[in-house]
Design a protein around this ligand. Sequence first.
Ligand SMILES: *[C@@H]1O[C@H](CO)[C@@H](O)[C@H](O)[C@H]1NC(C)=O
Ligand SMILES: *[C@@H]1O[C@H](CO)[C@@H](O)[C@H](O)[C@H]1NC(C)=O
Ligand SMILES: *[C@@H]1O[C@H](CO)[C@@H](O)[C@H](O)[C@H]1NC(C)=O
Length: 434
Amino acid sequence: MAKYNFQHFITTLLLFFFISPTFSKQSFRPKALVLPVTKDVATTNQYKAQINQRTPLVPLNIIVDLGGLFLWVDCENQYISSTYRPARCRSAQCSLAKFDDCGVCFSSPKPGCNNNTCSVAPGNSVTQSAMSGELAEDILSIQSSNGFNPGQNVMVSRFLFSCARTFLLEGLASGASGMAGLGRNKLALPSQLASAFSFAKKFAICLSSSKGVVLFGDGPYGFLPNVVFDSKSLTYTPLLINPFSTAAFAKSEPSAEYFIGVKTIKIDGKVVSLDTSLLSIDSSNGAGGTKISTVDPYTVLEASIYKAVTDAFVKASAARNIKRVDSVAPFEFCYTNVTGTRLGADVPTIELYLQNNVIWRIFGANSMVNINDEVLCLGFVIGGENTWASIVIGGYQLENNLLQFDLAASKLGFSSLLFGRQTTCSNFNFTSTA
Ligand SMILES: *[C@@H]1O[C@H](CO)[C@@H](O)[C@H](O)[C@H]1NC(C)=O
Ligand SMILES: *[C@@H]1O[C@H](CO)[C@@H](O)[C@H](O)[C@H]1NC(C)=O
Ligand SMILES: *[C@@H]1O[C@H](CO)[C@@H](O)[C@H](O)[C@H]1NC(C)=O
């Protein structure tokens, strides 16, 4: 009996080592993960990150989509991996997608084309196009972090993503093979990574025109030289839920995008008079409100808000004797001979008064886009008819501001312009401690 038990023990032990090599490697549990992000300044102004996926691992450039539903990659061009597994219809993985159409594919089986698999709707939020794609799992490798440096690479053995066809890449920066959705739903990267490593459902973005970061997991987060952000150094406002998704085929799911409550806009201390009903989310159709986006390069304002804000900005600039010059597309309001300050061009400050009575101040570094050595333009654009949210705070206005999204508490923590703390988002210490 004792002998049998001993053999059983040895067999179990052997089995353990055979079937769980990734587990034993991963007895190291990261407290956070880091994804370095670069900006495609040459053409698209999109923010690109590199992930490693598949067996053997393949490095992929993917576009960061803050409100996106999940990771999707092009599987049509080339997808070779011994660890690719399609998600079966009505499986637990499928129910996470909340979109359980059962896919059929009329060609030979390959990644992206299997029968009896769950099909989801990968979407390109830049071109607003979407398609039907196979939900699948594969290995994802990402760098761990202590919040201050990158550390060793860690693996998620069954990371859920969607396959897409090559045409969905249209409109993305060259070399991109997909998009990484950071939305508030369960399939998006923040939730999947938090459950894989049992850390808090929180993540931070700190973008810049050169190198920035996305940090998954809780802070404190550090930037050189020795500037640390934790819950005490951030200002918080509630994240609002838009009950209607604008994603294609999203059925009646609430939106995975991040909305905040702007209540008033002031420019150089004066209230901008506008139709405040546009600032709240219409509960009957989800229109209106203010969302944060990394795929819109500049802040987009609904036409009447655009007019009110730019009129007020022009007046306030005139009061400061700032000289206006000709427009430079896509911008209308351009200036010359503006003096510089630590917080960027010395132009009127735009203040967003948010829920919780906190203020998001937009200083020159985030409001003015440098066209050349002499000309700067107000980096806001007018929304077309397809703009559903009244205000979309775009990438340029987010740069060099640290934003932390707390999914469990549904709140946004923001740092304000890091130049005020003598650092920038490109000052994350990228030297690995591994
Ligand atoms: C899926 O099923 C259809 C109909 O039974 C069949 O024609 C097709 O070849 C199958 N496709 C794959 C990828 O197995
Ligand atoms: C720029 O400002 C300086 C100092 O105020 C002034 O002398 C100069 O004429 C201005 N140049 C233009 C192009 O407005
Ligand atoms: C960056 O991090 C590395 C590793 O911890 C450290 O040795 C180095 O001093 C840091 N760089 C600076 C400028 O502090």
